[in-house]
Structure formats: structure tokens, C-alpha cells
Ligand binder design. Structure first.
Ligand SMILES: [Zn+2]
Ligand SMILES: [Zn+2]
Length: 256
């Protein structure tokens, strides 16, 4: 069985995955996907997202405020903490720093990121981190504020030294369909080096569909292709890769 460690079920293009979230999940289960982490990107959309989560025993949820969301709306730290304490929420995030798309809001992103890290440490849950063109600041914040529950660098596309530093801080590294893209040879070298007991796979659906679905809207079923690709890259069986990444997911998010 395979886990999609990062998807946005409330944003799927349903016309491309059977017409409903239920169908999208069923298509994924048919591909051997057994658990899904539906990641929150704003507190406003969480109640609607939770209606999906509440209907499926194999879907878990996180609560956070994405660094590319409209920063002018601000982050209600008390509300985030209330969500973080909710039993149905297994992680805080996604949060982090995206200087590639939104360098101009770097300061508010940093402030919100630190708030997430502090709340995650307080409630002792892992944090889901989005980091793009922000290596130094991401690592500095993790080093200073991350709690012992650590977390994951999701949709990782950065360098091996960055992965290594995060791993040394107790973090996991999750790889999306980007690894299958033709121009991702540097990332492929990094993926070969990540210790198997720190690796996860994800779709980040509806974004970033892997080859051969590139250009289409992504869906959780496609995590199988990501896992298959990484297994071949590392010269191991899909089964071995699936088992290790599932164990990692359950250890980090479900504490089992
Ligand atoms: Zn992200
Ligand atoms: Zn995401």
C-alpha cells in the first residue's frame, strides 16, 4: 500500500477524476493508495475541507495558512491553535516560505511560519513545510523553533545539503511528481541520497501531475506513478518503497 502524504482534496478538478471526491479516492484505492493527508491552506476553507475528511476513515487532515495565500488577510494564531488541538488534525501546515513566487511578502511569511512552528511545538504535532528559494531562512526557523515532533519538507526540490540538514533536525522529506519531469536531474540525484526511513511520496494534487499525466490536473491515484518512478530510480521494488514510505508516514503523523 502507498500513502499520498500531501493532497488538496477540496481543490481537485472533479471533471478529471470521476466527478466526485469519493470517486477520486476510490480510483486511488484501486491503485493501492491506502491513506491520504488532505492539507489545509487557509483557516477559512478548513470547515469545508473537514466535511470531506469526516466522511472517510482513510483521510487525515492538517491545519495551516499557506505562504502564497493572501497575506493581507493575516493569520489568527488563536484560531490556528484551536484547530491544531482538534483530534482530527494530525499536523500543522502547510506553512513555510516561498520567495520564488512571493518575495515581496517575505516578512509576513516568516512571521506566520514561526507562529506555525511554535504552535506545532506547543501541541506536539508535526509541521508540514513548503519552502521555495528560501533555504537559509527555512533551516534557521526550523533550527530555532521546531518542536520534537519535527515534520516534513513537502514537495522537496532543493539541494542535498538542505535535505541533510533538515533530516538531521528530525525531519522527513517528501517527493512529488516533479521528480519525473525531464529537467529534474538534480532532484533525482538528491532523491537517491535520502535515507529510505526519511522519505515520503505525495501528489500535491491538483498541482504537479507526474509524467505521463503532465499537463492534466493531478489526483491522488497518480501517487503510484511517483512511487514507481522513485523505486526504479533507487533500484528497489515498488513494494519496498511503498512499505518504507507508508511506515514513515504513520510514524510521523499517526505516531504508530
Ligand atoms: Zn506546498
Ligand atoms: Zn500543498
Amino acid at each position: 500500500m502507498i500513502v499520498d502524504s500531501h493532497c488538496h482534496l477540496d481543490r481537485l478538478d472533479l471533471t478529471q477524476c470521476g466527478g466526485s471526491v469519493d470517486k477520486a479516492l476510490q480510483q486511488a484505492r484501486n491503485q493501492g493508495v491506502s491513506q491520504f493527508l488532505c492539507v489545509g491552506i487557509s483557516l477559512e476553507t478548513l470547515p469545508e475541507m473537514m466535511t470531506i475528511v469526516d466522511q472517510h476513515d482513510d483521510v487525515y487532515a492538517s491545519a495551516g495558512f499557506h505562504p502564497l495565500e493572501d497575506m493581507r488577510k493575516g493569520l489568527d494564531a488563536d484560531a490556528l491553535k484551536r484547530w491544531a488541538l482538534d483530534d482530527r488534525i494530525v499536523a500543522v501546515g502547510e506553512t513555510g516560505l516561498d520567495y520564488f513566487y512571493a518575495k515581496e511578502s517575505a516578512e509576513s511569511q516568516r512571521e506566520h511560519f514561526i507562529t506555525h512552528l511554535k504552535i506545532a511545538a506547543e501541541v506536539d504535532k508535526p509541521v508540514i513545510i513548503h519552502s521555495r528559494d528560501a533555504r537559509e531562512d527555512t533551516l534557521a526557523a526550523i533550527n530555532q523553533y521546531a518542536g520534537s515532533a519535527a515534520g516534513v519538507l513537502h514537495c522537496f526540490t532543493d539541494t542535498w545539503p538542505m535535505a541533510k540538514k533538515a533530516i538531521d533536525e528530525g525531519f522527513y522529506v517528501s517527493i512529488s511528481g516533479i521528480v519525473t519531469f525531464r529537467n529534474a536531474s538534480e532532484l533525482r540525484d538528491v532523491v537517491k541520497k535520502i535515507p529510505l526511513d526519511r522519505l515520503m511520496v505525495e501528489t500535491d494534487s491538483p498541482y504537479l501531475a507526474p509524467v505521463p499525466h503532465r499537463g492534466k490536473s493531478n489526483q491522488p491515484a497518480f501517487v503510484r506513478e511517483v512511487a514507481q518512478y522513485i523505486a526504479e530510480l533507487r533500484g528497489i521494488s515498488l513494494n519496498e518503497l511503498a512499505e518504507a514510505t507508508t511506515d514513515n508516514f504513520q510514524r510521523l503523523f499517526l505516531r504508530s
